[in-house]
Design a protein around this ligand. Structure first.
Ligand code: 1PR
Length: 516
C-alpha cells in the first residue's frame, strides 16, 4: 500500500506523524491496498504504536476496509503478516472453491449482531464491499463484532467497542446509506441525521452499471459519446463525434438515478497519453465529490514516454487516476499484449501493467476490459481458440463462433480469443472482467449470452456483461442465463430510453436481488 493511500483524518487534516494521531479528536482510517505494505509504513513511521494507544484509550476511530483488517492479529495476505493485534483473529482469503467469486465485489446485506450506533439507521439496505480477504467471527472476538455479512461464510462486516468502530465495507461508496453511517460517526449527537429508507437486502445484489465512453471531440471538448459497433461518428456530412452530454453531469445524474457503479472509458486513451489529458483527471475529481458509488476509469493505461523523453510507468498513470477519485482502473489493449506474452512464454514477469497495479493496489482494483468480435466458423476445431455453438447461426449457416480479442478500440484484431484472454488475465492479477462485444455494441438487441456464459463460466472473478442492452428484459435474461455479476449499459441510459430505476424494478419483479 502506498503511503498516500493511508489517509488518517484529523479535523479534516491528513495525519503525517504519530503525534498527529495522539492529538486527534477523531480519526478516520480508510485503508486501500495490501496488508503487509500498510503495516510496514505504520511500523516505520511509528504510527502503529500511536494508533494502538489511541484506540486503547477509546478515542473516536473509524477504520474502513483495510483499516478494519489491520486491527486484527495477523493476515494471510502475502503472509502471515502481523497486524496491530487489538482484535483476536486472523484475516484470511475468501474460498473461491465453493463457487463464490473472489474478490467479493458489490452490494451485500448486513446482519447486525449488536448495537453499533453508526449502523443504527441503515435498516435492510445494501452496502458496498470490495475485498478478497476477511476476518471471521469467533468466541475470542465476539465482544467486538457488531455485524456480519454472508458470502459463502459469515464474515465480520463491522466491529465496535466504545468509540472505536471499523467496517469491512465502504461507507463512502455506499450511497445515501453510507453517508448516513459517516454522519452518525462524525456527529453522534446530531438529531438532524437523515434516515435512509427501509430496504429488503438479503444477499449480494446484481449490479447495474452506467458506462460513459469519453473522448475529446473535434472542438477539443471532453464529451460523452457512444458508438454503434464502436463507430462514434455521426453519419452526417461533417462526420463529427457523437456528443451525448457532459461527463460530470451525466455521472451525477446516474448516481441519483440509482446506478450501482459508474465507469468512464477514455476511448482514445490508446493513442493520446492520458496524463496529458488533464480534463479526464478533472472529470474524476469533480465526479467523486458528488457521486458516492464506485468509479472505474479506463483508457490508455500503459507505460508511456512523452515528447520530452520523460518515461511514465503504467503504475504512475493508474496512481494518478486513483488519486483523482477512481476506485478501479480498467485496462484494455495492454492486457491483451500481456496475456499473449504470458500464454507464449508461460512466465509471469511481474512487469506488466496488470501485475504491477494489482500488486500495489490489490486485484480488486484492476478490471480488464475485453473488446472481442465474433468470428463464425463451421466446426469448433477450425481454430486453435475456444469456440462455442452459437444460439443464432452465422450468415452462411455457421453453427460455431470464437471471439477474437481486439486492441486500440476494436481497430486491430489479435491472435487470441476472449476465453484464453480471460483465463490468462485472471492468473496475472485481474480482479474483474468487463466483457464487451463489438458486434452487439449500440445495437439494443440484447447481450451476447453465448459469449457471457463462456467467459463467466471460465473464470472465478466477477464478470460484467456489456454491450447490446435495449430493454429491461435484456438485463433479466443475462442474469438468468449466465453467471454475470453485473450488467452495464450506455446508449439506452444516455438517450433516456430506459431509466435505471425501471431496470431495477424489473429485476426485482423477476426475483433478482438488486440494490434499491
Ligand atoms: O485499450 O486500455 O486504452 O482502453 C480503451 C477502452 O476504451 C476499452 O475499455 C475499450 O472497451 C474502450 N473503447 C475503445 N474504443 C471504443 C469505442 O466505442 N470506439 N468503447 C471503446 C467501448 C464499449 C462499452 C459500451 C458498451 C455498452 N465501449 O463499454 O459502453 O458496449 O454500450 P451499449 O449499452 O450502448 O450497447 P485501452
Amino acid at each position: 500500500m502506498l503511503m498516500e493511500n493511508i489517509r488518517f483524518q484529523r479535523d479534516n487534516q491528513k495525519v503525517q506523524t504519530p503525534e498527529d494521531i495522539l492529538n486527534a479528536n477523531c480519526l478516520i482510517f480508510p485503508g486501500v491496498g495490501a496488508f503487509a505494505a500498510a503495516m510496514d509504513v505504520l511500523n516505520k513511521k511509528g504510527m502503529a504504536e500511536a494508533l494502538c494507544t489511541y484506540i486503547e484509550n477509546d478515542r473516536p476511530f473509524l477504520g474502513i476496509c483495510l483499516g478494519l483488517q489491520l486491527l486484527f492479529e495477523s493476515s494471510e495476505e502475502n503472509g502471515p503478516v502481523r497486524g496491530l493485534g487489538l482484535i483476536p483473529g486472523v484475516v484470511g482469503r475468501f474460498d473461491s472453491t465453493n463457487g463464490f467469486r473472489v474478490p467479493h465485489i458489490g452490494w451485500n446485506a448486513l446482519h447486525t449482531v449488536k448495537d453499533s450506533e453508526i449502523l443504527d439507521d441503515i435498516g435492510k439496505r445494501h452496502v458496498y464491499f470490495v475485498h478478497s480477504y476477511r476476518a471471521m467471527p469467533s468466541n475470542d472476538n465476539k465482544e467486538w463484532v457488531s455485524s456480519t455479512c454472508n458470502y459463502g461464510d459469515n464474515f465480520i462486516a463491522s466491529v465496535r467497542r466504545g468509540n472505536v468502530h471499523a467496517v469491512q465495507f465502504h461507507p463512502e461508496k455506499s450511497g445515501d446509506v453510507g453517508l448516513s453511517i459517516l454522519r452518525r460517526f462524525l456527529y453522534p449527537k446530531s438529531s438532524t441525521t437523515k434516515k435512509p429508507g427501509e430496504g429488503r437486502a438479503s444477499k449480494l445484489a446484481k449490479r447495474v452499471i452506467a458506462c460513459l465512453d469519453v473522448r475529446t471531440n473535434d472542438k477539443g471538448d471532453l464529451v460523452v459519446t457512444k458508438g454503434d459497433q464502436y463507430d462514434v461518428r455521426e453519419n452526417t456530412g461533417e462526420n463529427e463525434v457523437r456528443n451525448l452530454g457532459k461527463p460530470v453531469e451525466l455521472a451525477g445524474q446516474y448516481y441519483i438515478d440509482g446506478a450501482d457503479e459508474v465507469s468512464f472509458l477514455n476511448i482514445t486513451g490508446f493513442r493520446d497519453f492520458p496524463l496529458g489529458d488533464l480534463p479526464m483527471l478533472e472529470v474524476l475529481r469533480y465526479t467523486s465529490e458528488n457521486v458516492f458509488v464506485p468509479l472505474t476509469v479506463g483508457g490508455g493505461i500503459r507505460d508511456f514516454t512523452d515528447a520530452n523523453g520523460r518515461y511514465y510507468s503504467s503504475l504512475e498513470v493508474a496512481s494518478e487516476y486513483f488519486r483523482s477519485g477512481a476506485d478501479k482502473i480498467s485496462i484494455g489493449s495492454d492486457a491483451v499484449y500481456a496475456a499473449e506474452e504470458y500464454i507464449r512464454t508461460g512466465v509471469k514477469t511481474g512487469k506488466t501493467s496488470l501485475e504491477q497495479i494489482s500488486r500495489v493496489y490489490g486485484n480488486q482494483a484492476v478490471v480488464v476490459s475485453i473488446d472481442p468480435r465474433r468470428v463464425y466458423i463451421n466446426a469448433p476445431d477450425d481454430v486453435e481458440f475456444k469456440a462455442v455453438r452459437v444460439t443464432n447461426p452465422g450468415p452462411n449457416g455457421e453453427e460455431y463462433a470464437w471471439y477474437q480479442c481486439t486492441v486500440n478500440g476494436g481497430r486491430e484484431g489479435r491472435p487470441i480469443g476472449a476465453y484464453e484472454l480471460a483465463k490468462a488475465v485472471e492468473e496475472l492479477g485481474a480482479g474483474e472482467i468487463l466483457l464487451n462485444c463489438i458486434d452487439c455494441d449500440g445495437q439494443g438487441k440484447g447481450f451476447d449470452i453465448d459469449l457471457i456464459k463462456l467467459i463467466s463460466d471460465a473464470v472465478s472473478i466477477p464478470v460484467i456483461a456489456s454491450s447490446g442492452a435495449g430493454v429491461v428484459e435484456h438485463f433479466s435474461e443475462v442474469f438468468k442465463k449466465t453467471n454475470a455479476s453485473a450488467a452495464l449499459a450506455a446508449g439506452i441510459f444516455h438517450r433516456k430510453e430506459v431509466p435505471i430505476q425501471s431496470v431495477k424494478e424489473h429485476l426485482l419483479e423477476t426475483g433478482i436481488e438488486v440494490r434499491m
